[in-house]
Design a binder for this molecule. Structure first.
Ligand code: COA
Length: 154
């Protein structure tokens, strides 16, 4: 089934919030957080992936100047492993580059192997570790960085 990418809109928030809760559990964003993320446009750019009118993935980037930050990225468990995460990440990188950013930064849990591999495959480098950053599990955060001129390995 075809998957299309488009900008996140207000009516999407309930569906995105439900998927966020399914994927991130107690670390999911509250409805208020989602609301303020969307209100933070144009600096915050959020993209959804849709298939047959259902949201099957989403991602967001903060375009704040020379360095942009990935805010979140996620794919419906039934759709994982088919390149959608990479497609969303490429879209965020494209938006960051378009805003004038020269680099893209993100934080990822050290125990999130799928996400770390996604970022490594897309050209991100692990540049720093924040020890015990994620509570209450005391899991390290890896800070990763991509030069926007060389993110693609395609
Ligand atoms: C991380 C996530 C977005 C990846 O999405 P996806 O659509 O499954 O990823 P893709 O199919 O585009 O895979 C891209 C690369 O990621 C890596 N990857 C994806 N799933 C993986 C897994 N289960 N184990 C190991 N590596 C994996 C692979 O290196 C893959 O590249 P390759 O197939 O060329 O080797 C998805 O697993 C997810 O939504 N996880 C839950 C939410 C989350 O943790 N988000 C990240 C927060 S920092």
């Amino acid at each position: 089934m075809n998957v299309a990418l488009r900008e996140l809109e207000w009516p999407d928030l309930a569906e995105v919030g439900a998927l966020d809760e399914q994927l991130f559990g107690r670390d999911a964003w509250s409805p208020q957080s989602w609301w303020s993320e969307l209100a933070g446009r144009p600096r915050r750019r959020y993209t959804v992936a849709t298939a047959a009118d259902r949201i099957v993935g989403y991602g967001g980037v903060d375009c704040a100047g020379a360095t942009a930050d990935v805010m979140t990225i996620a794919v419906d468990p039934r759709r994982q492993g088919h390149g959608l995460g990479r497609r969303l990440l490429d879209r965020l990188a494209e938006q960051a580059r378009g805003s004038g950013a020269e680099a893209l930064l993100l934080e990822v849990r050290a125990d999130n192997e799928a996400a770390r591999n996604l970022y490594l495959r897309a050209g991100f480098e692990h540049i720093q570790t924040r020890r015990n950053y994620y509570r209450p599990d005391n899991v390290d955060a890896h800070i990763m960085r991509a030069n926007l001129e060389v993110t693609s390995d395609d």
